[in-house]
Design a protein around this ligand. Sequence first.
Ligand code: URA
Length: 233
Amino acid sequence: MKLSQVLYSQGFGVRRECEGLIFAGHVTLDGVVCDDPFHEVDPEGLVFGVRGEPWPYRVKALVLLNKPAGYECSQKPKHHPSVMSLLPPPLRVRGLQPVGRLDEDTTGLLLMTDDGALIHRLTSPKKHVPKVYEIEAIDPVTEAQIDELLRGVVLHDDPLPVRAAAAEKTGEHTLRLTLLEGKYHQVKRMLAATGNTVNKLHRSSYGVLTLPDDLAPGKWRWLSGPEAVLGTP
Ligand code: URA
């Protein structure tokens, strides 16, 4: 594959922009400037540099974002900036989208990808991908509320009760909930059904993946592929 095609495929702009970056000496291969846009490279496993930043070649991009509060998951946000604005331009050009949605005031682990089939796989109700939420509640958390969450609560739009796969009290006002679905405002509505109210909501885990301690809010990281989320097939 030609170097300019590699850059184009990874979201660095239209072909002339990619060629311009290369001609200007902004692109490196193995740390050495390559100013020939037609230079042939094997994209498999390639890590190239653009303006000093390393970029792994990926047919489909999959990243993990530590979502801060105050960002909307919508592509057309109404009141706050979109989570897309936290990604660098090449990933925005590639059209990465959130895998499911977190509310504007929810923080924590958010996956983003341009792989539509993977989004479908991860969000399909049949897949039962576990998601772990750390919740701070307004009122003290009671064992009766934990029991209710485990037995199942009825949400208004759904005649069948929705159960937490796991629920544990972690403090006077805090609990940890594991859900297998991803219904609209599910955590907030489930807690409300028990008579309590979510004050703060944070997603700490998705599938087998846990939010890394060293990833600051607003920062993102590459994931190797779906197995980083789903475990080995
Ligand atoms: N449940 C909610 O209520 N909000 C979220 O952001 C995620 C799960």
